[in-house]
Design a protein around this ligand. Structure first.
Ligand code: PEP
Length: 230
């Protein structure tokens, strides 16, 4: 299993420094953990545990010196970042387009950072092909075979305490897999949206390769319980 922590815009220097100690002591078996702090705290995480590595929450599209305020893939590499969340619904909500996401995915892959591409329908009632379209659009500039991960994150489940049924998750996983396979990719697929220490064992029965976790990652004890239990 792969478990990704999206700390979003939370925590402070002290919080992230403390994680070093916690994760170094953790004897994790069979699960890989990716911690995605805000950019400014990447350098505070220096965890010596072969099952734990660093991810970023976003990446710049353009890679030149006219990108004020942006963080490029090559910079993330210097901080040992192995993964990058791209196209999170909270970024789509502030105007990130499918085109921007496709370029970010390309930039990540070119720099050997594995993109974790977030896709998901906006509402519970949504029966459209939004997820399929998001998958296709994100892969537009990629060479078939590139290493990528999708996170199926229904927007209505993020931070809401609501989770889809296993059947619903499996249907969406099937859609993502079919579209990605047709385009020449074999991604791992994670589930994200209100995963907690009480529901993860049930959610794990879906056909997924792991979790993308938001809120729960801020409670280190509960998050570690999930890591050790999946
Ligand atoms: C997320 O924001 O990616 C997420 C899954 O959040 P939460 O776990 O809090 O629903």
């Amino acid at each position: 299993m792969l478990v990704v922590a999206n700390f979003k815009m939370n925590g402070n220097k002290n919080f992230f420094l403390k994680l070093n100690e916690t994760y170094e002591k953790l004897k994790i078996k069979g699960t890989n953990v990716v911690l995605c702090p805000p950019f400014v705290y990447l350098s505070n995480l220096n965890i010596k545990n072969k099952n734990v590595c660093l991810g970023a929450q976003d990446i710049s599209i353009v890679g030149n010196n006219k990108s004020t305020g942006q963080i490029g893939a090559y910079m993330l590499k210097e901080f040992n970042v192995k993964y990058c969340i791209i196209g999170h619904s909270e970024r789509r909500a502030i105007g990130e387009t499918g085109e921007m996401i496709a370029k970010k995915v390309k930039s990540a892959c070119e720099n050997k950072i594995i993109p974790i591409i977030c896709v998901g329908e906006a509402t519970k009632q949504d029966k459209s092909s939004a997820v399929k379209n998001q998958v296709k659009s994100a892969l537009k500039y990629l060479q078939p075979g590139s290493k990528i991960i999708f996170a199926y994150e229904p927007v209505w489940a993020i931070g809401s305490g609501q989770v889809p049924t296993i059947k619903h998750i499996n249907n969406k996983i099937k859609t993502i897999k079919a579209e990605a396979n047709a385009l020449g990719f074999s991604p791992k697929i994670l589930y994200g949206g209100s995963v907690n220490d009480n529901n993860f064992l049930q959610l794990k029965t879906a056909e997924i390769d792991g979790f993308l976790v938001g809120g729960l990652s801020l409670d280190t004890n509960k998050f570690c319980k999930l890591i050790m239990g999946v």
